[in-house]
Design a protein around this ligand. Structure first.
Ligand SMILES: NC(=O)c1ccc[n+]([C@@H]2O[C@H](COP(=O)([O-])OP(=O)(O)OC[C@H]3O[C@@H](n4cnc5c(N)ncnc54)[C@H](OP(=O)(O)O)[C@@H]3O)[C@@H](O)[C@H]2O)c1
Length: 357
């Protein structure tokens, strides 16, 4: 049976509500759900936090009982197996929902179509919406992670008006203002890996923690082909604050508590480094290295999104001879030019959100 106008209306509303979870549920997909009877909306819900209630549980918790004439529109096929939450299929059956409209079948081959089948087997009427009703971008990140053998990669950098990523000398290497830095901490809290190169650890000695921390276990990762990162760097000294992964080409003994992955070639990102990270469970990687690492990712087309902050700072003179992208990037093919998703002001900085298809 085709979807009715009420079904489409409810599904469109569920899509809008799903967007509330963007930035909080990853690496899970954002999902929205609407319980409705004809043109009347009875309740709305969404997946609001990684590890938290799924959209179906959220919406059904908002009604005491489900009227027999009610349908449930949900942007993604209800899950049929236990993860951090019990299966939504069981909940839908328990709560007596008789009709479900599914926006999209789960693209994960391990679950694809199972939820629909199980519900139908129990006598629930299930309609699957035609392709395109749920906008592709809603599941974009989730799909990319499934289809490529690598984590979803977000590159972040900050620079002054002269394109410089930081001063050449001096202890304080911060570029962007307070508001932009808090936004970066929010992003850190929504990823399960942060990666830098040895150059950043040697120069900045960063902690790379999310403050405040998010729900995901955040691996702090350094790419250090020659094993030149000092053993007393803050990263290696703070394994009590979260796991630290040292990816190196050298066979040096790691400091206490530091996880080590020996690779043949740290520059073989797509063949060695990223598949290794995915196998370790890193699905959403924030690259916060200096220009060398950034260029390695950009040149190979390994960046899905970028956050770029431009601060109203001119380093000038000797200081402006600090790191820049231009110095490291010889040429970028047209196919690797970014798409601008958004430009905002944050505090005194400009914030560009870029993406690559
Ligand atoms: N403004 C910002 O957003 C920002 C962010 C980070 C850093 N910075 C600044 O950037 C400067 C450091 O720049 P950087 O380019 O040296 O830092 P980086 O990109 O973090 O580190 C570069 C080093 O990483 C190692 N590496 C290992 N695998 C690599 C790979 N696949 N691709 C590229 N490099 C790889 C290389 O050294 P080995 O061969 O020895 O392993 C390389 O020299 C500092 O001044 C820091 O303050 C600014």
């Amino acid at each position: 049976m085709a979807l009715t106008a009420s079904d489409e209306q409810a599904l469109n509303l569920a899509v809008e509500i799903a967007r509330n979870g963007v930035g909080a549920v990853e690496p899970n997909p954002p999902v929205g759900a609407v319980l409705y009877a004809g043109d009347q909306t009875l309740a709305c819900g969404f997946h609001g936090a990684y590890g938290g209630a799924h959209a179906e549980r959220d919406v059904l918790s908002r009604v005491e009982s489900v009227p027999p004439a009610a349908s449930l529109a949900v942007t993604l096929e209800p899950c049929s197996s236990s993860g951090k939450q019990p299966p939504c299929v069981d909940l839908i059956l328990e709560r007596g929902v008789r009709r479900v409209v599914v926006g999209e079948v789960d693209p994960d081959p391990r679950h694809e179509g199972r939820g629909v089948q199980l519900l139908r087997a129990q006598g629930v009427e299930v309609e699957v919406a035609p392709a395109g009703l749920v906008p592709a971008e809603l599941l974009d990140e989730f799909r990319r992670c499934l289809s490529r053998r690598r984590p979803y990669v977000i590159l972040k950098w900050a620079m002054g008006l002269d394109g410089c990523w930081g001063p050449r000398h001096g202890k304080d290497t911060r570029v962007s203002g307070e508001a932009a830095r808090s936004e970066v901490h929010r992003l850190r809290a929504a990823v399960d890996g942060i990666l830098v190169g040895s150059g950043t650890v040697v120069r900045d000695d960063p902690l790379l923690t999310a403050r405040p921390p998010g729900p995901l276990v955040l691996r702090r990762i350094v790419l250090d082909a020659r094993g030149r990162v000092p053993r007393d760097c803050r990263l290696f000294q703070t394994t009590d604050q979260g796991p630290v992964l040292w990816i190196t080409g050298k066979g040096r003994k790691p400091p206490e508590g530091v996880e080590v992955q020996k690779v043949r070639d740290c520059r073989d990102l797509e063949g060695e480094v990223l598949p290794r990270l995915l196998d370790l469970g890193v699905r959403r990687l924030l690259v916060e290295g200096g220009p060398s690492v950034a260029v390695s990712f950009l040149k190979k087309g390994l960046v899905d999104r970028a956050w770029v902050f431009v601060a109203p700072v001119l380093f000038g003179g000797e200081q402006a001879r600090g790191p820049t992208l231009a110095a490291a990037l010889e040429e970028l093919p047209d196919s690797l030019r970014p798409r601008v998703e958004d430009v905002r002001r944050i505090g005194c900085d400009a914030w560009f959100k870029l993406s690559w298809s």
